[in-house]
Design a binder for this molecule. Structure first.
Ligand SMILES: [Ca+2]
Length: 572
């Protein structure tokens, strides 16, 4: 065991260093469902049906029945390692902690690690020989595999099948979640966190200044031709009415804003593109979008827009703050930006600015010259491993049930709105964003220091959509706009094949994949900007494609396939 621990300590340190480079590292990925048959092999016949009609014989401890509280009949303690966000005062005295202990009868000894130092402390913890009962925090697939290799964790399949009532309820509607969570060895090592907000499904959207459309007497564009005509009108006419017909900026954005890159929305009418740069084509083969003929057509169109003064060059160079300074002005006469790309209005518009968010209305995906109308989606929003039980845990059944409750809708309401109705939150007789007749109104400030809830990083979470959009619908509120904009894109979603989680048992392959991905993605991005502004001529397209092939594109696509959908097959 000593040697194994030394090895995972070294590996953990490597992950810790890598962890600084941002959360969007591709370890994670998504899931193409490669058949649910492989997921619960260890469970044997104990994978009890979650349906209450099929109660397992002779035991009352099956997932056919939601557990009663308290979970235990004698005093029980669990040690739980979790992340302490700056917004949470203290887990020991937290209102949710006290309430949950009363319900469950389980006392928690918290190990609270401030978020600033979290990844390092987590890696040190599982590399030590002093493990908590539960790691109740976000985990990566790499970390889970290292924990497994070091004996820190074992498969949770049996515990989930037998005791996780709510996890199994969710699996009934989302059997693909089991696939996502299943490691190449066929076992599940964690519960999960997801964000199924519709706005997460398709992040690259276009927003246009509605008053300018009204002034022109035109409707929101639906085709690339209409879009181009609209930009020309913005360019040529004194849209803001300040007497100067040349200060309007038809389209501008920032590559650093969420959803801000033009190389998605403006590419979709010609070519499918994903946030990972690759997509699975109709024949099931992984392709790099940036070398497809459709991508070249998109670059030609974007360049022609640029040549005509319809796309601001700053789009490719300025950061979000610089863009916001141009967008958020004090009056209509000072308004210069006609349209922009972003995930939603609130990403770049200050709700306090004179230019209020709903001045800019969402534009649907454009139909391209060949009739393509699409918006790429991964099909699940965000999905990550979260929370696991260690081999040090003496009472894994209780630990599983303690975690599992947080996947219920009631648990989700508490995570989001607090424990006590009338004090932490109220229920309003006002339609919710989701469309329910009532809505939730939080009565404390979640963004400031508080001690009511554990906040968003400490438990498993299933994002029940009616709770996710449970706030009151208010015209022009950013949350309402977020949801409304997402609905406009939903009919045009095209799956990219990117899976929710990627598992890679082979460290050398994983490293090579990461390196090639970074190099190729950066090359596509910088050349796209060069093509757009004419710094590189599209006459050089074939040379550009050849350059990417020479960066070992074929090996990269092989690793994409292995990482995104091949692992399970290899290790079956
Ligand atoms: Ca003007």
């Amino acid at each position: 065991m000593k040697r194994a621990l030394a090895m995972i300590l070294a590996a953990a340190m490597a992950v810790s260093a890598a962890g600084c480079s941002g959360s969007n590292n591709s370890s994670s990925t998504p899931g193409s469902s490669s058949g649910s048959g492989t997921s619960s092999t260890s469970a044997g016949n104990s994978s009890a049906p979650v349906d209450s009609s099929s109660t397992a014989s002779g035991t009352d401890e099956t997932v056919s029945k939601v557990y009663d509280w308290p979970l235990v009949s004698e005093p029980t303690e669990l040690t739980v390692f979790t992340k302490l966000l700056p917004q949470v005062e203290d887990f020991d005295t937290n209102k949710t902690t006290k309430w949950y202990e009363e319900q469950t009868g389980v006392h928690i000894n918290w190990i609270q690690v401030p978020s600033a130092d979290f990844t390092t402390q987590l890696n040190l913890s599982y590399a030590s020989d002093d493990w908590p009962d539960i790691y109740s925090c976000e985990l990566t697939t790499d970390q889970l595999l290292m924990m497994r290799n070091g004996g820190v964790i074992e498969p949770l399949d049996d515990l989930i099948n037998n005791y996780a009532y709510w996890a199994n309820q969710v699996f009934k509607d989302h059997p693909e979640y089991k696939d996502y969570l299943t490691a190449p060895d066929g076992h599940i090592y964690s519960l999960w966190y997801n964000d199924t907000g519709k706005h997460m499904y398709s992040t690259y959207k276009m927003f246009v200044k509605q008053a300018w459309l009204d002034k022109l007497g035109i409707k929101s564009p639906t085709t690339t031709t209409e879009f181009e005509d609209m930009l020309k009108a913005f360019r040529d006419q004194d849209m803001n009415g300040n007497g100067n017909a040349s200060d309007e900026i038809p389209y501008m954005s920032s590559m650093s804003a969420w959803g801000g890159s033009p190389f998605y929305y403006l590419v979709y009418p010609f070519q499918l593109q994903s946030i990972r740069g690759v997509y699975k084509d109709d024949s099931g083969t992984w392709q790099l979008a940036g070398v497809q003929d459709g991508y070249k057509d998109a670059m030609a169109w974007i360049h022609s827009l640029y040549e005509q003064g319809l796309i601001a060059e700053e789009t490719f160079t300025q950061d979000k703050a610089q863009f916001k300074a141009i967008l958020n002005v004090g009056s209509e006469a000072e308004t210069v930006v006609g349209c922009f790309t972003a995930a939603y209005q609130g990403e770049v518009i200050d709700s306090t600015a004179a230019t209020i968010p709903n001045d800019y209305q969402v534009v649907e995906p454009l139909t391209g010259p060949t009739g393509i109308k699409q918006a790429a989606t991964n099909g699940y929003g965000e999905f990550k491993p979260r929370c696991t039980i260690t081999t040090a845990c003496k009472n894994p059944k209780v630990a599983m049930q303690w975690l599992d409750y947080w996947l219920s809708k009631d648990g989700r309401i508490i995570q989001e709105y607090g424990v006590e109705q009338g004090v932490d939150y109220e229920i309003l007789n006002q339609k919710s964003i989701y469309g329910d007749p009532t809505s939730y109104n939080r009565l404390f400030n979640l963004a400031a220091l508080q001690n009511v809830v554990w906040y968003n990083h400490s438990t498993p979470r299933h994002d029940w959509e009616d709770v996710r959009y449970g706030a009151a619908a208010e015209d022009g509120s950013l949350d309402t706009l977020l949801y409304e904009a997402a609905l406009v894109y939903e009919p045009y979603h095209v799956l990219t094949g990117i899976p929710a989680l990627s598992w890679n048992e082979d460290e050398a392959d994983a490293e090579e994949f990461t390196t090639l991905k970074a190099e190729i993605d950066e090359y596509v991005k910088s050349n796209s900007a060069a093509f757009a502004i004419g710094r590189r001529s599209l006459d050089e397209w074939d040379a550009y494609v050849k350059e990417i092939e020479n960066m070992n594109l074929s090996r990269y696509l092989e690793l994409v396939a292995k990482t995104y959908d091949g692992s399970k097959v290899d290790y079956k």
